[in-house]
Each structure stands twice: as structure tokens, then as C-alpha cells.
Design a protein around this ligand. Structure first.
Ligand SMILES: [Zn+2]
Length: 242
């Protein structure tokens, strides 16, 4: 069955959430949040559609303040039973928010995840070096590097830190992710869509069902039957999230 560890279901029309719930091929979708508003939406969605799980997080963005951070943490503590991961968190040099402040918020969320023993789902656009340096200080954390585009020196560092890598649906055409599947141990591979982004079909918004395309590609590279590929990824998911 399909596992999607990184989607933004709050950004899709609600009928998609219903479709996901009814789709027999989909096992679990982790809906990631980027701010307090999306945390609230994803929490609601996860209560209504049990296959969709709630990941809470603050993505580095321009409007973030310490007051907003406090409000976020209070919200999390109140709803901690519903949270399966802290995400989407990380660093991003293309965002306008001050980089040192981004780091402060990122570290606070890593600390929070460690205290609650929750896995983290991490965004690293153009910040692989800085993110890995920080993660080194959190050896007890279970880490998913989402859509990791860093070079293979950083991929190797991530492997050494014990990170999991979630492979996006654009693996169908991306040589980078295809190569990653030959370098990262199979036990560390997960699948994701980043829905509604990164669609393998240019004319359509991405959605969890499209992971069947990734499974085809991964099976081809691993030379394993599709059922075996799916089972392996399910097991990897269970090891980190359950
Ligand atoms: Zn995302």
C-alpha cells in the first residue's frame, strides 16, 4: 500500500481528503503544516479522515515572530496526542526571514520533538550544510529529510546521521533522486508527494495516489517486485513513525 510522508492536504480541496480516505491503495498520508493556520486545518482533517495524519510545524517564513512561536507551542501541547511528527520544519535561504532567527525557531522545534519523542520532517532548500550541522547535535531524533536536493557529499552525511530520505514523485524523471535510490540504504527510503506541488503530471496537481508512479520507478531501480517495494517502505515508515 501507498505511504506518503510529506503532503499538504490542507491545500487540496476537501473532496480529495475524502478520496484519500476511500482509496484502498493508500495506507497513510502525513499532512505537513507550515504555520499555525495550516496546523489547525490539518488537525481538523486528521480527525475527520483517519488515514490522514497530522504533522505540526512552522516552516521558515517572513511573518514568523517569537510571540507566534509561543502560540504555536501552546497549541501543540494542547493537541499533542494527535501529532505524529513535527514538520515541515527547516531552513531556507530563499525565504526573507532572518537566517539566524530561522535557526533559532528550527532548534526550538527540534528540541520540542525530542521532548515529545516525535520524528521530524525537514526542509533543506540550499541549506543542507547548515541543517546537517544542527542535526548532528540531536543524535536521538528520528529524522526524515524531505525532497533532499543536496549533493552526494551531503547525502552521505545524512546517511551517517541515520536520516531517512523521502523520495518525491518527480523521481520518475529526476536523475538526482534515481541516483539517491542506489546510494541510500533501502531501509532508509520513504515516499512522498509534497502535494499539491511537484506533480509527475505537468497538467495535474500532485496527490498521494500518484505515488504508484514512484513505486514503479523505485522497483525498476531496486529490481524488486512492486509489492515488495511497497512492503519495504511500509516497514520503514512503521520503524520511524509508530
Ligand atoms: Zn512541503
Amino acid at each position: 500500500m501507498i505511504i506518503d510522508v510529506h503532503a499538504h492536504i490542507d491545500l487540496l480541496p476537501e473532496k480529495k481528503a475524502k478520496e484519500i480516505q476511500e482509496d484502498k491503495k493508500i495506507k497513510i498520508v502525513v499532512s505537513n503544516s507550515v504555520n499555525l493556520g495550516s496546523c489547525k486545518k490539518n488537525l481538523e482533517i486528521s480527525k475527520k479522515y483517519p488515514k490522514i495524519k497530522f504533522a505540526a510545524g512552522l516552516y521558515p517564513e517572513e511573518s514568523l515572530t517569537l510571540d507566534k512561536y509561543k502560540e504555536f507551542e501552546e497549541f501543540l501541547l494542547k493537541n499533542k496526542k494527535e501529532i505524529v511528527a513535527i514538520g515541515e520544519i527547516g531552513l531556507d535561504k530563499t525565504e526573507k526571514l532572518d537566517f539566524e532567527f530561522q535557526k533559532e525557531i528550527f532548534v526550538k522545534q527540534l528540541d520540542f520533538a525530542r521532548n515529545l519523542n516525535l520524528p521530524v520532517i525537514i526542509h533543506t532548500r540550499k541549506t543542507e550544510k547548515e541543517v546537517l550541522e544542527i542535526l548532528e547535535k540531536f543524535p536521538e531524533l528520528k529524522i526524515v529529510l524531505h525532497c533532499f536536493s543536496g549533493n552526494f557529499k551531503f547525502v552521505k552525511e545524512g546517511i551517517e546521521l541515520g536520516c531517512y530520505f523521502s523520495i518525491p514523485t518527480n523521481v520518475v524523471k529526476s536523475e538526482h533522486f534515481q541516483k539517491m535510490l542506489t546510494v541510500v540504504p533501502k531501509e532508509k527510503i520513504l515516499t512522498e508527494t509534497d502535494s499539491p506541488y511537484l506533480s509527475p503530471f505537468p497538467e495535474k496537481k500532485n496527490e498521494p495516489a500518484f505515488i504508484t508512479e514512484s513505486i514503479k520507478k523505485i522497483s525498476e531501480i531496486w529490481k524488486t517486485p512492486k509489492e515488495e517495494t511497497e512492503k519495504l517502505i511500509e516497514k520503514n515508515f512503521e520503524r520511524i513513525f509508530l
